[in-house]
Write a protein that binds this ligand. Structure first.
Ligand code: ADP
Length: 239
């Protein structure tokens, strides 16, 4: 079903972008003093920060695994991240997002190298404007790299979807709210393996294929930005 609200006029989207254009993205690595690794992302109007602790002692102890480290990712939206204050603390949505991000990042982190430890990843959404899970996982993988946690590769995310019947890249909030479908995806860029794929809405097979190719291309562009952000921090250091 297509929405009535006109969000694309003469090929121009509600925020002035073309169908295959990303929002402006700024990434920075090593933005916090206390955790071992951190990163921030401004993705359009989204503002996200991620911090990593560990590998460190497992608490509670009974969760310890003698074969590998446990990865725990927590996604949290700050009360001031949305227009009407969000009730603080976890809710069903944040529990779901924390779970899918944990599973996605577990595919790249070499957990077997750190048995009997845990690695904690905290993702804080300071301002939300659609696509926060993807901005969150992108920041989290940068923070893990900054912490020196060994990984197969980074994880890069992006979204595509359908708005007024057209396939578009990187939905903004209005497009997410009133559009027809939203397709957040995260990949391991090295081999384009999919580690997160969710779909909110309905697409035909042809539409899905187009949206999928678009979102993978988008994620590959995000990957280039991630590598640049890491390079910016480490270019003058002996590591
Ligand atoms: P994502 O942020 O990954 O796109 P959703 O599709 O669930 O996740 O949410 C889309 C957008 O809706 C969010 O980025 C945010 O702007 C808004 N939103 C989500 N949850 C809330 C909430 N509890 N209160 C207000 N706005 C919210």
């Amino acid at each position: 079903m297509e929405t009535e609200k006109k969000l694309i006029v003469d090929g121009v989207r509600v925020d002035g972008r073309k169908w295959d254009e990303l929002r402006d993205i700024k990434m920075k690595v090593g933005v916090l003093k206390n955790p071992v690794g951190s990163a921030s992302i401004e993705w359009g109007k989204n503002k996200v920060i991620a911090g990593v602790y560990g590998p460190r002692e497992v608490i509670p102890k009974f969760e310890e695994d003698s074969t590998k480290a446990i990865l725990k990712c927590e996604y949290n939206m700050a009360p001031f991240s949305v227009e009407d204050r969000k009730r603080p603390g976890p809710d069903r949505r944040s529990v779901e997002i924390s779970k899918v991000i944990t599973e996605a990042l577990s595919s790249v982190v070499l957990l077997e190298e750190f048995p009997n430890t845990q690695i904690n990843v905290y993702i804080e959404i300071l301002r939300a404007d659609a696509g926060t899970r993807i901005a969150g996982i992108t920041a989290a993988s940068l923070a893990l790299a900054d912490a020196g946690v060994p990984m197969k590769d980074l994880v890069a995310g992006c979204t595509s979807g359908k708005v007024n019947g057209e396939i578009v890249l990187d939905l903004c909030k209005e497009e997410d709210n009133y559009g027809d479908c939203d397709l957040p995806v995260a990949i391991i860029p090295k081999n384009k393996e999919i580690v997160l794929l969710q779909m909110d809405g309905i697409l035909t097979k042809e539409e899905f294929n187009k949206a999928f190719d678009l979102v993978v291309d988008g994620a590959m562009n995000v990957y280039e930005m991630q590598k640049k952000a890491l390079y910016e921090k480490y270019k003058n250091k002996d590591v």
